[in-house]
Ligand binder design. Structure first.
Ligand code: APR
Length: 241
């Protein structure tokens, strides 16, 4: 591997599994006998908003009960220490809608977490487009704190909707020397395609996952095991190397 400066990291549900948040595809992805895909779409929301609100209320409550694990803390350390050590940048992109990366990072100059699939602890007003930190229920359509309209929905990118901040992510993939995918099954696009974009642009690619993902053959290198072990070990290597 040539000298690494710019790193792009993509995380998925596997990074939060050991904090106690179930992954999507490992357990069959069912909720009260609904397929997750059937409650996480704009069509489901139009058909039965209360069902969708209940689903996200439960998930929001779960996020408030769990804590970041050693993998989140190690990635936050890399974000804080890598720029001064290498002169390069770390972009941390997550498909996760929990706030565990954010809590591990804390207030940090310049470093941030890109939530390409949205956030549980945020509500989006479809009337005025404002986003508000939200920890309560959305059932009964509470008014938007910005405009007063009863038009809040979970700030989640549903199936069939466009993930957030894709231009910035693709720009970083083009500049990346190293792309690392952690705890994601590689089943959902466009995130599942990042490895090929990064590789096409010359980056070394590494997978850290419990088991080989669907896209494992696209990676130059793969290390398999629980994220709380593989991620701190890899971060230590990067910061010592
Ligand atoms: N450490 C590392 N990896 C793990 C661990 C662990 N402790 N536990 C599970 N995994 C791996 C699984 O082997 C699996 O490959 O994490 C991956 C989780 O895959 P998914 O459940 O498919 O989750 P993810 O890839 O994040 O899903 C992508 O799909 O449902 C949508 O929008 C949702 O963001 C989500 C997207």
């Amino acid at each position: 591997m040539e000298q690494v400066r710019n790193i792009v990291i993509l995380t998925g549900a596997g990074v939060s599994a050991e904090s106690g948040i179930g992954t999507f595809r490992d357990a069959g992805g069912l909720w009260e006998n609904h397929r997750v895909e059937d409650v996480a779409t704009p069509e489901a929301f139009a058909r039965d908003p209360d069902l969708v609100f209940r689903f996200y209320d439960m998930r929001r409550e779960q996020v408030l009960e769990v804590e970041p694990n050693a993998a989140h803390h190690a990635l936050a350390r890399l974000q804080r220490e890598w720029p001064a050590r290498s002169g390069g940048a770390v972009m941390l992109v997550t498909q996760n809608v929990d706030d565990l990366h954010d809590r591990a990072l804390g207030a940090s100059d310049g470093a941030e977490v890109i939530h390409m699939h949205g956030e549980h602890l945020s509500a989006w007003c479809t009337a005025c487009d404002a986003r508000t930190r939200w920890t309560a229920s959305l059932i009964d359509s509470p008014p938007c704190p910005s405009c007063g309209a009863p038009a809040l929905r979970p700030d989640i990118v549903w199936f069939g909707e466009m993930p957030y901040r894709m231009d910035e992510i693709f720009a970083a993939l083009e500049e990346a020397d190293l792309f690392v995918s952690i705890g994601t099954s590689g089943a959902v696009y466009p995130a599942a395609g990042f490895v090929r974009t990064a590789a096409d642009m010359g980056a070394h690619t590494l997978e850290l996952n419990l088991q080989p993902s669907q896209g494992t053959d696209w990676f130059d290198e793969a290390r398999h095991g629980p994220a709380t072990q593989t991620v701190p070990a890899w971060v230590e290597e990067m910061l010592q190397g």
